[in-house]
Design a protein around this ligand. Structure first.
Ligand code: ADP
Ligand code: MG
Length: 273
């Protein structure tokens, strides 16, 4: 149970998969944009030292004076890091390369795995245009390190992007085991929100086979919406824009809008349960 009233508390969704290049960052940016486009108030927290979510949302390195690094080492509040983006109601807490050293710096702190959770809790009364955030999306690095553990400990739910390629399921059981461990030790209410299949190519037999295997293995946890492989989606970050601003009509943008509705539907169902 939360310390502050329901409704004021954002839903925290962590995008996690220890494989690189599966679509975590792309999904954070475009799901976040799609949620904002349909009226939610969204904060994306960049927890990857690579900072691709920050760059992809147009916040370049020189502008990142205060970052999630400062938050994790206890030298800034999350509110102090926040940037507006070109998308109304979508904000960003950027990362820097300093995050590479954070694990060592806080290794001996008792609350080292709960730093992000506590920072998000302290944010609960930060308002955007008079409204609190309704969704917080956390973009993770491609590993199961202390950064990802912080992101899982802070989350209500995990969203797992899986790329539709041959080794999609490899590593998934290790990811699920880590979620179990975080649930047991740090965050008893943590759930898997869903698995999102990314870079789907309907003309590719392998892609279709992977979809069938993942749906068999993960059942209804897999979102109906699949994100197609779409060149517009991969071009958008080099313009510092979400795909939805770069080309709203492209198949990738349209899929992320459908995914956002599905995420909201699942949230309603979870809350009603
Ligand atoms: P991760 O954050 O898991 O490392 P990214 O989101 O950075 O993965 O995606 C890896 C690469 O694949 C990036 O170059 C990105 O632009 C590209 N990509 C992601 N999703 C799509 C898509 N739906 N269609 C085409 N390219 C994509
Ligand atoms: Mg990434």
């Amino acid at each position: 149970s939360s310390a502050f009233p329901e409704g004021a508390r954002p839903r925290v969704l962590t995008l996690a998969n220890q494989k690189g290049g599966v679509g975590k960052t792309t999904t954070a940016i475009n799901l976040g944009t799609a949620l904002a486009a349909i009226g939610e108030t969204v904060l994306i927290i960049d927890l990857d030292p690579q900072g691709n979510a920050s760059t992809g949302l147009g916040v370049d390195r020189r502008a990142r004076r205060i970052s999630t690094y400062d938050v994790l080492v206890g030298e800034a509040t999350l509110a102090e890091t926040i940037h507006e983006t070109a998308v109304p109601r979508l904000h960003l807490a950027p990362s820097t390369m300093d995050l590479l050293g954070v694990e060592l710096e806080i290794a001996s702190e008792k609350d080292r795995a709960l730093r992000l959770r506590d920072a998000i809790a302290a944010l609960h009364d930060a308002k955007v245009g008079g409204r609190a955030y309704t969704y917080v999306l956390v973009d993770c690095p491609p590993s199961l390190n202390l950064l990802t553990i912080n992101a899982m400990a802070a989350a209500d739910s995990i969203v797992v992007p899986l790329q539709c390629e041959f080794f999609a399921l490899e590593g998934l059981s290790q990811l699920l085991k880590t979620v179990e461990q975080v649930r047991g030790a740090l965050n008893p209410h943590l759930t898997i929100h869903g698995v999102v299949l990314t870079m789907f190519d309907p003309r590719n037999n392998l892609s279709n086979q992977v979809v069938a295997d993942v749906r068999q293995f993960m059942g209804p946890k897999v979102y109906d919406t699949m994100i197609p492989r779409n060149v517009r989606v991969s071009e958008a970050p080099s313009y510092g824009k979400p795909a939805l601003l770069y080309d709203l009509k492209c198949s990738g943008s349209q899929a992320y809008l459908r995914l956002a509705s599905e995420v909201i539907q699942r949230e309603r169902a979870l809350r009603a349960a």
